[in-house]
Write a protein that binds this ligand. Sequence first.
Ligand code: ADP
Ligand code: MG
Length: 492
Amino acid sequence: MWINYKFSTIIPHYFHTISTRQIIDYELVFYYNNLCMKEEVKIWDNLLDEISKDVSSVSFDLWFKNLEPISLDFGKLILVCSSDKQKELLKSPDYKKYFTNSIKKLNNPLVTECVVINKNEKESYIKDNKSIELESSKEDSIEENVPYKFNENYTFDNFVVGNSNNIAKAAAFAVAQNPGKSHNPLFIYGGVGLGKTHILHAIGNYVTSHNPSANIIYTTTEQFVNNYVYSITHNKNNEQNFKFREKYRKADILMLDDVQFLSGKDSSQEAIFHTFNDLYQANKQIVLTSDRHPRELNFLEERLRSRFQSGLNVDISSPDLETRIAIIQKKAFQQNFNFSKSIVYFIAENITSNIREIEGALKKVIFYCQLNNKDCADDLSIVREALKDDIDISSHILTMDSITDAVCSYYNITKEEIKGGKKSKNIALPRQVAIYLILELLSLPQMTVSDYFGGRDHSTIIYARDKISTSLETDNLLKKQVKDIRNIIQKN
Ligand code: ADP
Ligand code: MG
């Protein structure tokens, strides 16, 4: 897991095991250590936040603020203090409780206890814990012949296709059917939560089921770097280096997720370059993902950047409304929880950034509905409450529902009536007005509006819109009514 040494302490320890060539990798080891240090620092920052809420500012400044987190070992966060007095005090029950409470509040499984040591103990702590360091970094050692377990939910069948991702899906599917032959390398880029990792797993699942003996390696770039660092820092008799090369170069398909994390890791870039060349020349498939187009990966060495661009580059963008609706319906179905159409639209209209957020929103909505003893999501007020942190409820949200509500309240009819089949004038006119306003105010496809109004024929929707639009040119009463309704919509 974590290497617990800072650069200065790791060098002497490993010096005898590394070759001259690898000395340049110290930069990388240093980077790696910084990377690893981050977690304990981050955790300590969060704990400090909690502690500051519980203790006086004087105590906080005197006793807690200057503690230095040096490592995180199996849940123990080691903190170095500056004097014996401070250590003694922090170990007393009166002060210890602040650590315990903050850990409880933070609720992060990585930390279960804070251990305070003083400056003098720091050196010997580091020495005595060498074994922990070696053992804990085993996770990064190179495992061979262990098939990767792909997430079984991340399949092509479960991947909802729309304008934003159809090309990426088609390219990935072609690769899965014909690895090494169609698009090599395939480079998929796009923002977070848009399905890049899902697609890689889908390739993995597909190939595994059609060709169980294929050697498919999926790895995050972070894990690749960790493996590489391990191979150079634990390289007795060149064994680890050899294992590293063997592992990656024996792949039939190598999938490297989030290559933007290669930033600043020059040695790992070199390792990837050589791996890439070997695999490519052997017609083995390479699939890469990133948050941006390879040409924008400025930190990459030119030769690697041009390799990444040499195959097919496809992007995934934010899903449009139609796709969001389809995704919500699919996810709701998978969760076995019913969502009314208007709630599906409400979520789709308001959670627009990415699919991970849509998934989070659905989970919250289901949770809130269950709290309210409801077995389906059909109550807008519960959904608004559930999503109050995710969408700006205070700002004006225009939805088909909010427009229809305004029309119904203006004409004093019910939503069932406006969406129902009655053709009497007192219902038909409000219905046409609602359709007109929805199409005018929201850029929705007519199909979606047809659906919303009980699956009415497409031509009925067009007729309603055109009729109101023409009447408005001459009918002053209608003009006033539509103006009043617009005002209601704006105020809601
Ligand atoms: P990324 O790797 O681009 O950050 P992920 O692949 O982790 O995004 O996707 C985030 C979540 O959204 C996952 O649970 C994934 O299954 C889901 N997801 C993304 N795109 C789709 C899609 N088109 N259809 C269904 N689920 C999707
Ligand atoms: Mg991802």
